[in-house]
Design a protein around this ligand. Structure first.
Ligand SMILES: Nc1ncnc2c1ncn2[C@@H]1O[C@H](COP(=O)(O)OP(=O)(O)OP(=O)(O)O)[C@@H](O)[C@H]1O
Ligand SMILES: [Mg+2]
Length: 209
């Protein structure tokens, strides 16, 4: 079948350890194998505000900004990321695959800052054409995180992961209503990487399945 006329902005979401980065890399390879121009990016971004956020997430409490600052930093990074990376790539005709986007802000920051407030901070940003949401039990996420052996960040305890899972559920409900609902495809991420990849491919190119 024919190629999509327009490049697409696709985001991958899910709990830490749900396999987002793994699936993003595989999806990028699938795009390139089909001869479709495509870039991979992430949030927090690799721009100046994104670097500040990454430093803050690992910072000891005495040198970290107060928690109330983080939603503003994430929104500032998102504006910078859209202007610097996402929108120019789409304008060049390249699809963009982003490891996390605004849905992560809604899921991770709603508990501390209120979903309405976080959504207001992000109200100017475009919805992606497609959001893949990897769904996985928090206990399995934690097992994968621990097996990876890297330092754990502040979100990576079972209790936090459960809270964020509820945050994702509320966030999906919030962006699924209204005049311009987001296009979100939930995918069971408990299978092996190739099976999940096949499901992701089906969501991205449903007309070729
Ligand atoms: N389907 C899978 N089955 C088993 N292990 C997996 C699967 N997908 C990824 N993993 C492993 O789980 C770990 C987490 O995967 P990955 O880094 O892709 O997750 P993530 O969602 O990007 O996590 P984070 O948000 O913390 O970056 C890695 O060690 C990865 O190799
Ligand atoms: Mg990741």
């Amino acid at each position: 079948m024919s190629r999509p006329e327009a490049p697409r902005f696709i985001t991958i979401e899910g709990l830490d350890g749900s396999g987002g980065t793994t699936q993003l890399r595989m999806l990028h390879a699938a795009f390139l194998a089909r001869g479709e121009a495509c870039i991979v990016t992430r949030e927090p971004s690799d721009g100046p505000v994104g670097k500040l956020i990454r430093a803050q997430l690992g910072a000891p409490p005495e040198s970290a900004v107060r928690d109330g600052v983080l939603p503003y930093l994430f929104a500032a990074d998102r504006r910078d990321h859209l202007d610097r990376v996402v929108l120019p790539a789409l304008a060049r005709g390249e699809s963009v695959l982003s490891d996390r986007y605004a849905l992560s802000s809604f899921a991770y920051q709603a508990e501390a800052h209120g979903l309405d407030r976080v959504m207001r901070l992000n109200q100017d940003f475009p919805a992606p054409h497609l959001t893949i949401l990897l769904e996985l039990d928090p206990a399995v996420c934690l097992t994968r995180i621990l097996a990876r052996g890297l330092p754990r960040d502040r979100f990576e305890t079972l209790e936090r992961l459960r809270t964020i899972q509820q945050g994702y559920e509320a966030a999906v409900r919030a962006v699924s209503g209204g005049a311009a609902p987001w296009n979100i495809v939930p995918i069971d991420a408990s299978a092996d990487v190739d099976t999940i990849h096949a499901r992701v491919v089906e969501a991205v190119w449903p007309w070729r399945a």
